[in-house]
Design a protein around this ligand. Structure first.
Ligand SMILES: Cc1cc2nc3c(=O)[nH]c(=O)nc-3n(C[C@H](O)[C@H](O)[C@H](O)COP(=O)(O)O)c2cc1C
Length: 185
């Protein structure tokens, strides 16, 4: 099984990207996890540029999503919503409507913010947007607040409870993904 992990932050020291790296270690050994690093390359959505000759960065994004059995997003909160770059990438990947690469793809959403609430509004927005694309958003969440205090120098999660919460999110994502694959087989 392959999971594509997408951070909504472009920052080198991003807490959301750290959260995804912490998740990599919590997946079982038979799950391959790729952390997607192409967000900054995706141009602004323009319907005139879409179609068979979509920009190369978009083609790479669509191929990465299509090749994954499940997706894991970690989003920051920007002004109570998701970062524009993330929304833009999702808009590209959502097309063609009705047959895009998100259709029926199991997806989990987590989020980290420097404030107390752990990007809960952004996560709600992201779940709504992903639902609109036809993705199957799993019922699990992790809101990591006070993010600068939550990681040790190696990027590991300091708090065992948070690690367990993250593990539960990943377990739910894998359970849903495997159940869907069993039904499809
Ligand atoms: C433009 C901008 C808007 C922000 N708005 C919010 C917000 O609405 N709520 C919040 O909790 N944090 C907000 N923050 C703080 C982010 O949660 C914080 O910078 C976080 O660490 C970003 O995630 P990252 O570490 O993965 O880059 C904002 C930050 C920026 C740069």
């Amino acid at each position: 099984m392959k999971v594509l992990a997408i951070s909504g932050s472009l920052r080198a020291d991003s807490h959301n990207s750290k959260l995804l790296r912490a998740a990599v270690d919590l997946f079982p050994a038979d799950v391959e996890v790729e952390i997607w690093d192409g967000l900054k390359d995706v141009p602004p959505y323009d319907e005139d540029d879409d179609g068979a000759d979509a920009p190369a960065a978009v083609a790479r994004l669509r191929a990465a999503i299509a090749g994954a059995d499940a997706l894991l997003f970690a989003t920051p909160e920007y002004n109570h919503s998701i970062p524009g770059a993330l929304k833009n990438a999702i808009d590209w990947a959502s097309r063609p409507a009705g047959s895009g690469v998100f259709l029926n793809k199991p997806v989990a959403v987590v989020g980290a913010s420097s404030g107390a609430f752990g990007a809960v509004w952004a996560q709600a927005e992201l779940r709504k947007v992903l639902g609109a694309t036809g993705a199957r958003v799993v019922d699990a969440d992790l809101a990591l607040g006070h993010a600068p205090e939550r990681f040790d120098a190696d990027g590991g999660l300091r708090d065992e409870n948070l690690r367990m919460e993250l593990q539960e999110v990943l377990d739910t994502l894998l359970l849903v993904t495997r159940a869907r694959e069993a039904i499809a087989a």
